[in-house]
Design a protein around this ligand. Structure first.
Ligand SMILES: [Zn+2]
Length: 256
């Protein structure tokens, strides 16, 4: 049975091509689309997944992610960067936004939160890679600001989707993570800090929701997959469950 990408019902209903790739045991290295295998295997897996996504791989723009807070506006001249040759991806970016149609954007994650953004009034899209460093730095907020400031997207119209990633069930962190978040986080930031058995837990899902809400996104317009990659490491690539060599999934969105 073919493994299909994860999709958000609301985005599908709106006709927005998108999805998050998963593990597929029938593919080499379980269908990882980044890093842990030879380039030819990674590209074969990307081709297999992009066919299932119904999105042209050769047109897709990838970022060279650095766990930073840089958001890059992607134009048609960047079409295909990083898709077939990772070194040509958009440098030092952990979020991409565009108003260009048929220009898919992708981020790679394995526990980090992939955030998809859709501004129907522009229209414009964005994709964000938010691990703890990016979340503490406010990358999701920054992506919303770029959509609103540069493209005049209205925050109250904006839709946001948090893809499969490590959940509050599993994300124990060091105190330095919590300290950094509390020092810089949005209002309500303590809602993203939990504790279990004396260990600090950082709720990346709530943290990113709070960043979105602070920018004026309506809570009802934020949807979480609520799938923890570590709890379901047989279906998803999880850095915490399997280490850096285990592979990664991709989150993709395009304006039709
Ligand atoms: Zn979990």
């Amino acid at each position: 049975m073919i493994v299909l990408p994860f999709r958000f019902a609301r985005l599908s209903a709106l006709g927005i091509p998108h999805g998050v790739t998963k593990r597929d045991p029938s593919l080499p290295v379980s269908g990882s689309v980044s890093g842990n295998a030879t380039l030819s295997i990674v590209l074969a897996n990307r081709r297999a997944w992009w066919e299932r996504l119904g999105v042209p791989l050769e047109q897709t723009v990838f970022a060279r992610q650095v766990h930073g807070t840089q958001v890059t506006v992607v134009t048609a001249s960047e079409r295909g960067r990083g898709a077939l040759e990772p070194s040509t991806g958009i440098p030092e970016s952990d979020a991409l936004v565009t108003t260009e149609r048929n220009l898919p954007l992708a981020v790679i994650c394995a526990d980090c939160v992939p955030v998809l953004l859709y501004a129907p009034d522009v229209p414009a899209i964005g994709v964000v890679h938010a691990g703890w460093r990016g979340t503490v730095g406010g990358i999701t907020r920054q992506a919303v600001r770029i959509l609103c400031n540069e493209f005049s997207a209205r925050p109250e119209r904006l839709l946001a989707f948090l893809g499969p990633s490590i959940g509050p069930c599993c994300y124990e962190v060091g105190e330095e993570v919590i300290t950094a978040w509390v020092a810089r986080g949005p209002s309500g930031r303590h809602q993203a800090v939990l504790s279990r058995n004396g260990r600090a837990i950082f709720d990346l899902w709530r943290a990113n929701e709070l960043l979105l809400i602070e920018e004026g996104i309506v809570p009802e317009h934020i949807e979480r997959s609520a799938i923890c990659t570590r709890c379901h490491a047989e279906e998803w690539f999880s850095y915490r469950a399997n280490g850096a060599r285990a592979g990664a999934q991709a989150a993709v969105i395009a304006l039709p």
